[in-house]
Design a protein around this ligand. Structure first.
Ligand SMILES: [Zn+2]
Length: 104
């Protein structure tokens, strides 16, 4: 996929195959232009019963990191609260934009 004109690869890996996934469900590496998402969640107290919703949220989170990085906004990209808020709220924001006919 392209993020602001830069090609990023999205890869799903088993947690045991990537040390960076030991404590994270995904990560964005802006140096190698790769987004890695854990393949095969084990539900726990930190996630939800609907794993597809959780999985999409994790992917949105990492894509937002990439957008901020490619925008030169590295300080914002380092703000996990901001990035997670955008990832969680974006579908609701998109629905509001579409409802107001200003999504494009
Ligand atoms: Zn993050």
């Amino acid at each position: 996929m392209k993020i602001l004109g830069t090609k990023y690869e999205i890869v799903r890996k088993k947690r045991e195959d990537d040390p960076k996934l030991v404590e994270n469900d995904g990560y964005c590496d802006p140096t190698s232009k790769i987004i890695v998402i854990v393949d095969g969640y084990t539900p726990d107290i930190n996630n939800v019963s609907d794993l597809s919703v959780y999985d999409n949220n994790v992917l949105r989170h990492e894509i937002i990191h990439a957008f901020l990085h490619e925008s030169g906004l590295r300080n914002y990209s380092a703000d996990e609260t901001l990035v997670d808020w955008l990832a969680v709220q974006f579908p609701k924001m998109l629905a509001a934009f579409e409802n107001a006919e200003c999504a494009r």
